[in-house]
Design a protein. Sequence first.
Length: 253
Amino acid sequence: MDAILDSPIVVFTISLVTQWVAAFAGDFLRRRRRLVRKDERQDIDAVQGAMLTLLALIIGFSFAMAVTRYDLRKTYEEAEANAIGTEYVRADVLPTRDAALVHDLLKKYLDQRILFYETRASPASNATGADTAKLQADLWSAILPAAGAQPTYITGLAVSGMNDVLNSQARTQGAWWNRIPAAAWGLMGLIAIACNGMLGYSEHRRRAVLLLVLPVVVSISFLLIADIDSPRGGLIRVVPENLISLSQTLKAQ
């Protein structure tokens, strides 16, 4: 299921095909039954209107959920850049040798974080996740000797800053895992199929193009929601502008 939701084009294709089939299935059932009376058509139109309203509300809520999660990923990217930049400055309070080591490790760690945002593949499927974990362990190990030798308030600032760096990465990862639940997608899909089936059943002009309008519109909505909700598979992605800017600044120093 995750592989499908990570590809907005696949979501669009599956949605369009299933809804179109449902619309023609409804039209087929209508043709095999007797003509719908006027009073029955009023009831069908009322049910169809209620179903379409429910579908529109669920699509709207899902779009809001996707945008909220996208904004959260952008916020944590900025917070992560601020944490790394602050710790780079705070490392100057450490002894010269320890400070130089922390600076070097932070630059490498910053490159890994940029790679995390720019790569299409999941970190679990490549070396990015392992390299990031190793650099985090090296960063913590690099700051511990100075903190143990000089347990002062000034040194504590460097330790606290390093803790913020590590925590910011965990919050970022959590935000990337926080997606629209598969159950919500399933609910939207079932309601969309039911709406198209009802549309085909109630359509009495027998024009195939009218049965295609709703599937296309709803499928485009699903495409947009899936694109925003997918951190790696869509066209709308979080660009690590703050991390890149920080990396350029540190390299220029």
